[in-house]
Design a protein around this ligand. Structure first.
Ligand code: PLP
Length: 453
């Protein structure tokens, strides 16, 4: 078999250390330990080259929504590769898979969204967003409406524009970010920043920070507000219910486009097709990626409202932007098949009616653990906050993230993949996870916590 032909793990690790620079990794630290080499997956499980089996509580990187080993996607991609492995969509050309996927996305998206611009990833989607909203306002005779307001601790990708939209200060510190005309307001993270306010009061206060920022900058200078419906990489920050309605009110009253970054929330994660439907908001633009193809091939894009698309189309002229792999035929074929699986197996409605309530009940019980200050989930994303002092909702006073890191190490030993963001442990399992597998996930997470104590 393919597995049997692999060199020994130590040799793979040594070559990896010698030549491979990993993303978001302290290379010296990794090379001292050796990377865990993942070589196979099926359903919600991963295997490494040592034969260890792990439940993938992160669906890869928040993306393998339909689970691993879906032969329909593999077959569709193979057929497309044989038929037409590559062609571009730049020079007055198109091809069947990109046309079919664009039509499917227009059908799945909310009624006011009927256009899509394709990219290769979520980061590229957000670079597209920055250029597209400025192009739109210029086409409306308002070239000064350029500033995009974003949020601290948001994540929108790693390209220059993506990382600038993002509010990760440790990313801004490397490489002179953010780029001009992007500002950041505070996040609606009640557990960490809510103090004595109720979640409802705090949600309103953090939404009104947008209005204050628009006033500070001047409405004629502000192009858009961007946010993730639920902040993922920042630690699964589920906003109080008061937050999004107030943001929508502000965007409606001011001449500001609303951008919902659906890269994680899109395609069923929150129990609806899009996180913006879960929060009942009406975005002008929605960057997408990850669950669009369940990660089987790289693809991203921006779903564009009729108002924005028709606005700049009517103005004429070219949107001088595009990627060699915009609408890659094989990625489109894989994505289309992935969407068909989500539809045919009713996976999105199953998240809402079965998996999400079941996870909420079981995961919520971790809140009783002595180490846990809060256990929260929405749809199929969840977080637990490690704390030495439940009442104070304080993180550990030791070096940021230490307890989280220790907990994560125990996850490896326990056979569960969770991620840590400082002292927050997060999960985002495949949407097809069964109730028995949710039991296993929560039981293993509990064991990690016992070992961390
Ligand atoms: N936007 C959000 C909300 C994300 O979570 C991510 C990745 O985690 C991105 C954008 C960037 O996507 P990519 O890593 O595909 O470039």
């Amino acid at each position: 078999t393919f597995m049997a032909n692999l060199p020994p793990t130590a040799e793979l690790q040594q070559k990896d250390a010698a030549h491979h620079l990993h993303p978001f990794t302290d290379t010296a630290d990794l090379n001292a330990k050796g990377a865990r080499v993942i070589s196979r997956a099926e359903g919600v499980y991963l295997w490494d080259t040592e034969g260890n089996k792990m439940l993938d509580g992160m669906a890869g990187l928040w993306c393998v929504n339909v689970g691993y080993g879906r032969h329909e996607i593999i077959d569709a991609a193979t057929r497309q590769m044989q038929q037409l492995p590559y062609y571009n969509t730049f020079f007055q050309t198109s091809h069947p898979p990109v046309i079919a996927l664009a039509e499917k996305l227009a059908q799945l998206a909310p009624d006011h969204i009927n256009h899509v611009f394709f990219a290769g990833s979520g980061s590229e989607a957000n670079d597209t967003v920055v250029r597209m909203v400025r192009h739109y306002w210029a086409s409306q005779g308002k070239p000064d409406k350029k500033v995009i307001i974003s949020r601290k601790n948001g994540y929108h990708g790693s390209t220059m524009a993506g990382a600038s939209l993002g509010g990760m200060s440790f990313m801004h510190a490397q490489g002179g970010l953010p780029i001009p005309d992007i500002t950041h307001i505070d996040q609606p993270h009640w557990y960490k920043e809510g103090g004595d306010m109720s979640p409802e009061e705090f949600g309103l206060a953090r939404a009104r920070a947008l209005e204050e920022e628009i006033d500070r900058l001047g409405e004629d200078k502000v192009a858009a507000f961007i946010a993730e419906p639920i902040q993922g990489a920042g630690g699964v920050v589920i906003p109080p219910e008061t937050y999004w309605p107030e943001i929508q009110r502000i965007c409606d009253e001011r001449e500001i486009l609303l951008i919902a970054d659906e890269v994680i929330c899109g395609f069923g994660r929150t129990g609806q097709w899009f996180g913006s439907q879960t929060y009942n908001i009406k975005p002008d633009l929605m960057p997408i990626a990850k669950g669009l193809s369940s990660g089987y091939l790289p693809i991203g894009g921006v779903l564009v409202s009729d108002r924005v698309a028709e606005g700049f189309i009517a103005d004429g002229g070219e949107f001088a932007h595009g990627y060699t792999y915009s609408g890659h035929p094989v990625a489109c074929a894989a994505a289309l098949t992935n969407l068909e699986i989500l539809e045919q197996e009713n996976i999105v409605s199953d998240v809402a009616s079965r998996a999400a309530p079941y996870l909420a009940e079981k995961w919520g019980q971790l809140g009783d653990h002595p180490l846990i200050g809060q256990a929260r989930s929405k749809g199929l994303v969840g977080a637990i906050e490690l704390t030495p002092d439940k009442a104070a909702r304080a993180p550990f006073a030791v070096e940021a993230g230490t307890a989280g890191l220790i907990c994560r190490e125990h996850c490896f030993a326990t056979g569960l993949v969770m991620r840590h963001v400082g002292d927050t442990m997060i999960i985002s399992p495949p949407l097809v996870i069964s109730n028995e597998e949710i039991d296993e996930l929560v039981e293993k997470a509990g064991r990690c916590l016992d070992l961390t104590l």
